[in-house]
Write a protein that binds this ligand. Sequence first.
Ligand SMILES: [Zn+2]
Length: 216
Amino acid sequence: MNFEAPRAHVVELCLVLSRRGHFAGTGGNIMLRIDAQHVAVTPSAMDYFAMGPADVCVLRLTDLAKVDGDQAPTVEASLHARLLRARPDVGCSIHTHQPVASACALLGRELDVPPELRASLGARVPVAGYAPSGSAWLSAKLARQVAPDVNAYLMRNHGILCCGRDSAAALQAVEDLEQLASAHLRARIAARAAADAAAAPALQRVLDALQRRTPS
Ligand SMILES: [Zn+2]
């Protein structure tokens, strides 16, 4: 079987996510469904600007056995796999440490999704409890939150996981989640500034920085 096209697509997606600031260094990873049995995943600890299609791993979804690829797969392969096994409608999942949504993951509160973002993000953005990166414990915590109408998950004190029917939809969810997280944080900061005049100038600088990072 020839896996060249999906592998090249994973490389392309990593470059887009890196350029947009959602992947930093080797942080962040992707799983792309190839067919009923196979998925393509990013390799572990690799600089995405130096990665080529041959570095992308092909795994069997049921047990994550490696079918092709010289590199070791991302330590988060089981995290993605729990989502793709539970959601046959999902063609791509993306895990990032994107800055603004990850700040919301530190706060640990579920986000409400306004009607205009529900087609992309789903009904709500739940929080999966903290567990160390790459652990079975972390994938089990995420699996408990997986729902058919939820395409974006905050991972407590860590980052986020977004998914979609294809890579374009998953990428859109990543972008929309960053905007939603920014709106949520800005509302909280503005409320604090209104209640505390002494802190208001400093808080305004934070608001300005968020506005530059995620222009609305
Ligand atoms: Zn991570």
